[in-house]
Design a protein around this ligand. Structure first.
Ligand code: SAM
Length: 259
């Protein structure tokens, strides 16, 4: 059995501890959608680990926590994200070595991740590697608002009622998406920007285009794109940061029911 501090242990209990690692979800990128706990940990830690976008020195995650950075060391890293699982794991092992070393030296390390660190986040590899190097009690996860919550909130879109099934998956496997459309009431597709044409075609065939909405770069400054009804949209190229929601409906969406 595993015991941890209760979630309501108060802000005082959430100062980063010496030698501890925190995988912290920072939400969609707007600083005011950061949890108090995330802000407190970022503010008080010794080292911040942040992903660096490919071919740039930018880090959206780091920018989101900029107001809370003063004295901390910043480790900006190109995160390994190759398709080759073996290679990816090897490179995360190296990163885990340097994080574990810092913790062993008594530093507190916070890894900032957009959205939630347990949902489609490469931080999962780091968590696994660190578990072999550090005591479990020194590894913490702090949840963040995930992209699907941000996307739904932009349209005040109810995701589930009563016995509805909500499926959250990557859009990149079109066959799997087609199957999922038959098996849930609401489908949330991450990584939709990379295959939007095929998705639009599939939804058109299923007569679901008008039940689909999307958010691209939600809550990220001037770049946000909102499409409330895909049947009314002249398709434009989208960034990778795109989430699509399909309200397939069958039960509660079509009936007048109470929660
Ligand atoms: C590697 S996953 C990261 C998910 C993240 N851990 C979360 O919980 O939101 C990247 C995918 O998340 C979604 N996403 C992340 N940020 C987004 C944003 N600002 N607007 C829309 N979708 C976003 C997109 O579907 C994108 O392809």
């Amino acid at each position: 059995m595993l015991y941890n501090k209760p979630l309501n242990s108060g802000l005082k209990g959430m100062n980063p501890a010496s030698g501890h690692f925190y995988a912290v979800g920072i939400g969609p990128g707007a600083p005011d959608l950061l949890t108090l706990r995330a802000a407190r940990l970022v503010e008080g830690c010794d080292v911040i680990l942040a992903p660096q976008a490919r071919n740039t020195t930018r880090s959206l995650a780091l920018e989101a926590v900029r107001p809370f950075i003063q004295h901390q060391e910043v480790m900006l890293q190109n995160y390994p994200m190759e398709r080759n699982d073996q290679k990816t794991r090897q490179r995360w092992e190296q990163l885990a070595d340097s994080v574990a070393q810092r913790c062993e030296n008594g530093q507190s390390v916070v890894q900032v991740t957009l959205g939630d660190p347990l949902i489609f986040a490469t931080s999962a590899y780091l968590l696994q590697s660190l578990a072999q190097r550090m005591p479990g009690a020194h590894i913490h996860v702090v949840p963040g608002i995930s992209a699907f919550q941000t996307a739904a909130s932009r349209f005040a879109e109810v995701l589930t009622l009563q016995e509805d099934r909500l499926t959250l998956m990557s859009a990149t496997n079109l066959d799997a998406v087609a199957q999922a459309l038959d098996q849930c009431e609401t489908l949330v597709l991450y990584k939709a920007g990379t295959c939007i044409e095929a998705l639009v075609e599939l939804l058109r065939q299923r007569n679901l285009l008008s039940r689909a909405c999307l958010v691209s770069c939600g809550e990220q400054g001037d770049h946000e794109l909102l499409v409330e009804d895909l049947s009314q949209w002249d398709m434009t190229p989208l960034s990778y940061m795109t989430t699509l929601i399909v309200k397939i409906g069958r039960r509660t969406w079509q009936e007048d029911v109470s929660v």
